[in-house]
Design a protein around this ligand. Structure first.
Ligand code: PGA
Length: 243
């Protein structure tokens, strides 16, 4: 599998013009790079404006609801996102968990995404406190057990599932988890999910990006802050594609 590099723009930028500028700047430089698959996840409001027929850049969303349609004020369904050209949907990001998203909700969302024939990118990770207490592996195990409850290969097609290890303490802090430490988690997760691609996320930049892929063997990256800086994001993509 080609390394998957996912840009999570979070709640940025604030204008369509800004979103188009950011997307075009990245597209111009990476459209001929075939060694990686790039997924851009802008806010919902820009999804329909930055669609593009490019084979190595896919569109993703940052969340979705678990029902297909109906009386659910303010929600967006996987089917709606699919109809806009999305292929991937990030589910269970720690910034959403912090605001009250539960494992039960995440579980329903993953099922809905797979049912819609889209690819869920499930985020898991321990907090600083859990890490200090030596509970990282237990925490990841518990999250996976609940988030993937009743999702067996008999009932769901698990092929599209992607897991991201995102230590909460490394997100947006400029304090990444070293590739050496992250590798231990990667090997732990591989024991459970041999075939599921596992990505790393948390303060990824152009200096450390390649180390997660080539030293720790992750199958890709989830990039937040650095994906809003086209020069830095392009460098990340090139560093992974070249090494
Ligand atoms: P960061 O965010 O790269 O800014 O640390 C990663 C994420 O939240 O997905």
């Amino acid at each position: 599998m080609k390394p998957l590099i996912v840009a999570n723009w979070k709640m940025n930028p604030t204008t369509l013009e800004g979103a188009k500028l950011l997307f075009e700047a990245v597209k111009k430089e990476v459209k001929n790079i075939k060694k990686v698959e790039i997924v851009i996840c802008p806010p919902f409001t820009f999804l329909s404006n930055i669609q593009y027929p490019i084979s190595n850049i896919k569109l993703g969303a940052q969340d979705c609801f678990w029902e297909e349609k109906g009386a659910f004020t303010g929600e967006i369904s996987p089917l709606m996102l699919k109809n806009l050209g999305c292929e991937y949907i990030i589910i269970g990001h720690s910034e959403r968990r912090k605001l009250g998203e539960t494992d039960e909700m995440i579980n329903k969302k993953i099922k809905a995404v797979i049912t819609a024939k889209l690819k869920p990118i499930l985020c898991i990770g321990e907090t600083e406190k859990e890490r200090k207490l030596g509970k990282t592996f237990q925490m990841l195990k518990d999250q996976l057990k609940d988030d993937l409850k009743n999702l067996t290969s008999k009932t769901y097609n698990l092929k599209p599932l992607v897991i991201v290890y995102e230590p909460v303490w490394a997100i947006g802090t400029g304090n990444p988890c070293s590739s050496k430490e992250a590798k231990k988690v990667f090997l732990f997760l591989q024991k459970f999910f041999g075939k599921v691609p596992v990505l790393y996320g948390g303060s990824v930049n152009s200096e450390n990006a390649a180390s997660y892929i080539h030293e720790a063997n992750f199958q890709g990256l989830l990039v937040g802050g650095a994906s809003l800086n086209p020069k830095e994001f392009i460098k990340i993509i090139k560093s992974v594609a070249q090494s």
